[in-house]
Design a protein. Structure first.
Length: 634
C-alpha cells in the first residue's frame, strides 16, 4: 500500500473517473499536441479547420465511442430497450396469470397465435442446442449429426457384427408385441398404441395405406427387439440373438429417426433406453437416459402449457405421458446407480398425470388390443415419493438431521408410502401388484437405511429391526420372481443394481448390529434371525447371478460372495450354537420346494468356509444352481 494511503480509501474508492481524451485525426497525423477547446482543438482553430475537427464531427465518435457523451447516450438507449422489454414481458405474464384464474375470461386469437409461436420457437431452440456440437466454421457437415454423436458415446459393443434380421410375418409380430404391451407398455406408455398399430400396417403395406417411413420401421424393430430381450434367460440364447439382429437392422435407421427438437425424436430415443436396460453390455443406459431428459427439457415438456396454448387434448395428454415416463425412468436409473437426477423436482413442477383417455376407456369395454395405462399412474406416484426423499438426503444439504427432524421426516415419508400402497386397487394384474409391493419395500429400505444426513450411529434400535425385516421380505419376494417367466421381462438392469444395493445394506446391517439383532435377542428369535439372514444371503446371491446369466456380468455376484462369506460363517456358527439339534440343511438346501438343486464341484479353497462339523461348504449355497420348476408369484 503506498505511503499515506489509508485502508478507508481502498474500501471506499473515489468515483471520479479520469478520462483521457484522444487527439483529433489532424493533430494525430501531424504528431502535435492536441489541446481541446469548446468547439474544436486550438491547432484546428488556428489553421481554420474547425469544421473537420473530431470534436465537432460525431461521425466517428458515436460508432467508436470516442466521445464520452456519445457512450453515455448509447448506454442509456440500451437500458431503455431492456426496460421496455421487461415491461412488455410483465404485462404478458399478468395477462397469462389472469387467464388461469378467471375461468370465464375469453382468450383472443392473437394470444393463441403468440403462444403457438413460442412453442415452435422453443422447439427450434431445442434443435439448435443439441446440434451445437456438430457445427463447425463451415456449417453443418454431412459426416456429423446428433445421432452419430449419441451412438458414439452410448454404444459399448457395435451391432454391426450381427446380421440384420428379416421382419417376421405380420401375425408373428402381433403375437410378439402383445407381450410388450401387456408387461412393459402399461407402465411406460410414452407413445400411442394406436399409432404403433398404424405403423405396423404401413410397414406391411396394407391396401389404401401410404408407404411406411423410417420411424414406422424403427417402432416395429425396437418393440420386437425389446420383446425378445425381455424374454432372454441367458446371454447368447435364441431370444438374445434375435433381439440383437433386430437392433442391427434398426441402427441403420438411427440417422433418420433420432432427430432432436421433436416429440417423435424423444419417443424414438426412449425406445432405445428401454432396450438398453435389457442389454446393458451393448448400450450405456445412463448416457441415453441423460440425453432423453435433456431433449424433454429443450422441448419444454417439463412445464405445463399455459391455458391460451392452442393444442388438442390428445397432444397435451401425450406430452404429459412422455414427461412422466422420462421422469420415472430417470429416477429409477439414477437411484439404482446412486447418481444424481438429470433435473430436479423443483425445475419441473406442476405437470399433471396423464388422464385416462378414450383408448383406456375402450380397452375395458372391447378388450381387443388397447391396454389400459392405469398401472403407470401408480408407478409415477411412487417415483415422486422416492425422488423427493432421495433428493433430500443426497443433494439438498450435507448437514446432519437432529433426532426430531429425522423422526418427523421419516414418519412423513412412511405415511406417504402407506397411503400410496393403500390406493392401489386389488383389481390390477397380480404381476403388477407384486412389483408395486417390491417398490413399497424398496422405498421403506431407502428411508430406513443410514445415509450422510442420518448415520447408523443415530438410528434407533427399532429402525434397525424394521430395516432387517424389510430387507428380508424384499429378498423373499424378489428371489422367486426372478426365475419366473411371468416376471422375467420386468427385471431390468436398474432392478439388478437396486437388488445389489439392498443386499449390501443388509450385509452392513448384520455386521454393524450383530449384537442387537442376534446376541441380545431371545434364543428362539436369535435362531430365527440367523436362519433368515443365511437364507437371504443365498437369495441375494442367486438374484445377482441373474446378471451373469443374462448380461455376462459376474463381477458383482463374485464380489458379494467374498464380502458375505465371513458373515455367513459367523451366522452358521451362531445358529449351530443356538440350535445344535437343527441340521444345516435348513440353510444349505433351498427353502423353496419349487427349486431343483444341482451340486457343482469347485477347487478354489477361498470360496469355502468351515462348518463346526469340520467340513467345508460353499457360503450361502452360492455354488448351487437353482432351476425353477414352478410358476408361483412368490
Amino acid at each position: 500500500m503506498p505511503k499515506g494511503e489509508s485502508i478507508e480509501s481502498l474500501l471506499e474508492p473515489s468515483l471520479r473517473v479520469s478520462r483521457p481524451v484522444a487527439a483529433c485525426s489532424r493533430c494525430r497525423s501531424s504528431k502535435i499536441k492536441c489541446t481541446w477547446g469548446i468547439s474544436a482543438c486550438s491547432a484546428c482553430e488556428r489553421s481554420g479547420k474547425t469544421s473537420s475537427c473530431t470534436s465537432a464531427n460525431e461521425e466517428f465518435a458515436r460508432g467508436n465511442e470516442r466521445s464520452y457523451v456519445a457512450a453515455l447516450e448509447n448506454a442509456a438507449e440500451r437500458l431503455q430497450r431492456k426496460v421496455d422489454a421487461n415491461r412488455a414481458g410483465s404485462e404478458l405474464s399478468t395477462l397469462s396469470n389472469g387467464s388461469r384464474q378467471g375461468k370465464g375470461r375469453k382468450i383472443s386469437g392473437s394470444q393463441r397465435r403468440e403462444a403457438s409461436d413460442v412453442n415452435e420457437l422453443v422447439s427450434d431452440f431445442g434443435f439448435l442446442t443439441v446440434n451445437a456440437t456438430s457445427r463447425d466454421f463451415h456449417g453443418f457437415t454431412s459426416s456429423m449429426s446428433f445421432a452419430k454423436i449419441l451412438l458414439a458415446m452410448a454404444v459399448k459393443r457395435d451391432f454391426s457384427t450381427q446380421s440384420a434380421a428379416k421382419l417376421p410375418p405380420r401375425h408373428t409380430v402381433m403375437q410378439s408385441t402383445s407381450h410388450y404391451f401387456d408387461k412393459l407398455f402399461v407402465l411406460l406408455p410414452f407413445f400411442s398404441e394406436t399409432e404403433f398399430m398404424s405403423s405396423v400396417s404401413r410397414v406391411y403395406q396394407d391396401a389404401q395405406v401410404s408407404a411406411a417411413s423410417a420411424l414406422d420401421f424403427w417402432y416395429v424393430r425396437l418393440v420386437l427387439a425389446i420383446t425378445h430381450a425381455s424374454l432372454s434367460r441367458s446371454y447368447g440364447d435364441e431370444h438374445h440373438h434375435v433381439a440383437t439382429q433386430h437392433m442391427s437392422a434398426a441402427m441403420q435407421l438411427a440417422e433418420r429417426v433420432m432427430q432432436p427438437g421433436s416429440i417423435a425424436g424423444v419417443q424414438a430415443l426412449l425406445l432405445l433406453v428401454q432396450y438398453a436396460q435389457l442389454d446393458p453390455e451393448r448400450l450405456d443406459t445412463w448416457y441415453l437416459m441423460g440425453m432423453a431428459s435433456r431433449l424433454v427439457v429443450d422441448l419444454g415438456l417439463h412445464c405445463e402449457l399455459p391455458a391460451e396454448a392452442k393444442i388438442s387434448p390428445e397432444e397435451l395428454n401425450m406430452r404429459r405421458r412422455i414427461f412422466h415416463c422420462v421422469y420415472s425412468l430417470d429416477r429409477s436409473i439414477a437411484m439404482s446407480l446412486s447418481r444424481p437426477f438429470s433435473f430436479t423436482d423443483d425445475s419441473a413442477p406442476g405437470v399433471p398425470f396423464p388422464i385416462l383417455n378414450g383408448e383406456d376407456e375402450s380397452s375395458s369395454n372391447t378388450g381387443i388390443f388397447l391396454r389400459s395405462i392405469k398401472p403407470c399412474l401408480h408407478s409415477f406416484d411412487i417415483r415422486r415419493i422416492q425422488s423427493g426423499f432421495y433428493q433430500a438426503i443426497k443433494f439438498a444439504s450435507r448437514t446432519e438431521w437432529t433426532a426430531s427432524e429425522a423422526a418427523n421426516i421419516m414418519t412423513s415419508v412412511i405415511s406417504d408410502i402407506e397411503k400410496w400402497h393403500a390406493s392401489i386397487p386389488s383389481s390390477l394384474p397380480s404381476n403388477h401388484l407384486t412389483l408395486f409391493n417390491l417398490e413399497r419395500l424398496y422405498t421403506y429400505i431407502l428411508v430406513l437405511a443410514p445415509h450422510q444426513r442420518h448415520t447408523a450411529a443415530a438410528q434407533s434400535d427399532d429402525d434397525k429391526r424394521r430395516l432387517f425385516e424389510h430387507c428380508c421380505r424384499f429378498a423373499e419376494i424378489l428371489h422367486p420372481i426372478t426365475f419366473d417367466t411371468t416376471y422375467l421381462s420386468s427385471f431390468t438392469d436398474a432392478d439388478f443394481w437396486r437388488a445389489n444395493w439392498v443386499a449390501r445394506q443388509f450385509i452392513k446391517l448384520m455386521w454393524s448390529d450383530f449384537e442387537l439383532l442376534v446376541r441380545r435377542s431371545q434364543e428362539a428369535e436369535a435362531a430365527s434371525r440367523c436362519s433368515r439372514a443365511l437364507d437371504n444371503i443365498r437369495r441375494f446371491t442367486d438374484v445377482l447371478d441373474i446378471a451373469r446369466q443374462r448380461w455376462n456380468n459376474a463381477e458383482v455376484r463374485e464380489q458379494f460372495e467374498k464380502e458375505s462369506a465371513v458373515l455367513a460363517t459367523r451366522l452358521t456358527n451362531k445358529l449351530h450354537e443356538l440350535s445344535p439339534t437343527q441340521t444345516r440343511e435348513s440353510y444349505f438346501q433351498p427353502v423353496d420346494p419349487a427349486y431343483h438343486v444341482q451340486q457343482q464341484n469347485f477347487t478354489d479353497p477361498a470360496q469355502f468356509f468351515h462348518h463346526p462339523d469340520g467340513k467345508a461348504y460353499s457360503p450361502g449355497g452360492t455354488r448351487r444352481v437353482y432351476q425353477f420348476l414352478g410358476s408361483g408369484n412368490g
